[in-house]
Structure formats: C-alpha cells, structure tokens
Write a protein of this length. Structure first.
Length: 200
C-alpha cells in the first residue's frame, strides 16, 4: 500500500511556529524539523526519487525531489513569519497530483502530509479544496491527506478534527483526511502514520 506512491510534505512556516510548546518544550519549528526529517527518511525508502516539500505562510514555496539529506538545508534557509494561508498551498499540491493523474504519470496514489500548528486564515477555503479533491478521485486510497498538528492550540485541534470527521457530511465523496498530533506520533511508527493516512 505504501510503495509506489508519491509523497508531498506541506510545512507551516507562519510566525506562530516559533512558539515554544512543541514536543518536549522545543519550538514548534524545531519539532517540525525533526518530524520532517523522519518522514522524509521514511518516504525516501518508499519513494526513491525524493519527496515534494512545500513551505507556506502568507505565500508558499515548492521544493522538488527532496531527500532527507536536504531537509536541514531547507530549514536553515527559512524562518517562520507571516500568516497561515493553507488553502492556496493545498490547492497547488492537489492540482499537481491531478495533473500527473491526467497525463498518466501518477503512481498508485499520493499522500500529502501537512505539518501545521494553527488554524488556517480561511477555514472554508481549506474545506472547499478537500471536498473538490475528493470529488476528482475514483477510489478512497488514491489521495490521502494527513494533518499533523504541532503545538497545543485548541482551536486548531478542533478544526483539524473536523477535517478528519465531518467532510463527508458536507459533500466530500470520500474521507481523505486523517488527523494526528505530534504527541500521538511518538506513540506510533511512521509506517503506521502513513498507513493511517491512506486507510482512514
């Protein structure tokens, strides 16, 4: 299930990522870097051509064919600042998958992992991207979106939980979103995180 898929990682670099309530009292940014490295290393075993990494705040930036070796460089080049425009970056990642699918270049599917600490600027826009994405796939496991929350923002927890549990109720054809916190990630293996994203 996990092999022959593409993996995309979307990383929140909004200003609040400097808050020191990440895992073990580190900043959220530092916690995100450690998780990104671990996820990239795992995804590399499954997808040898490297993964696509996006960083987003008010705007987003895309890096192709990222291996775990390149992760620390990306973190050194970027400092958290700005807002949380999740909808635009998520739309770009979904479009990229749908274009590959249309041109026959897609693998068995794609897993998009989003590491974020807060509520997006526009919740409705994020929901719309997910609903539209779910309408354009034929089977549930084809596109998986895993929302990984770093930090302890209760409003963010509620919103991400709604993306996991309530999307079918508002028009999504499939439940393609799975949500997990950084703390929960310590309890399970990365393979399980990636499996849960697909099979949720």
């Amino acid at each position: 299930m996990l092999e022959n898929r593409d993996y995309t990682l979307i990383l929140d670099k909004s200003g609040s990522m400097m808050t020191p309530d990440g895992y073990g009292g580190k900043t959220r940014w530092k916690s995100a870097e450690e998780s990104t490295f671990a996820l990239a290393a795992k995804a590399e075993q499954l997808d040898p051509d490297g993964i696509t990494v996006y960083l987003f705040s008010s705007r987003f930036k895309r890096y192709e064919n990222v291996t775990s070796a390149k992760v620390s460089q990306i973190f050194q080049e970027n400092e958290p600042s700005g807002r949380t425009d999740l909808a635009s970056v998520l739309q770009d990642a979904v479009n990229s998958y749908l274009q590959k699918k249309a041109s026959g270049e897609a693998k068995n599917g794609e897993t998009i992992l989003v590491i974020t600490d807060g509520e997006p600027d526009d919740r409705k826009a994020v929901m719309k991207v997910i609903i539209e994405a779910a309408r354009q796939i034929e089977r549930d496991e084809e596109l998986a979106i895993s929302m990984i929350q770093v930090g302890t923002d209760a409003q963010a927890t509620r919103f991400l939980k709604a993306l996991d549990d309530e999307m079918e109720g508002v028009g999504a054809q499939f439940d393609i979103v799975d949500t997990i916190s950084m703390e929960d990630m310590e309890e399970v293996t990365l393979s399980e995180v990636l499996m849960n994203a697909i099979s949720d």
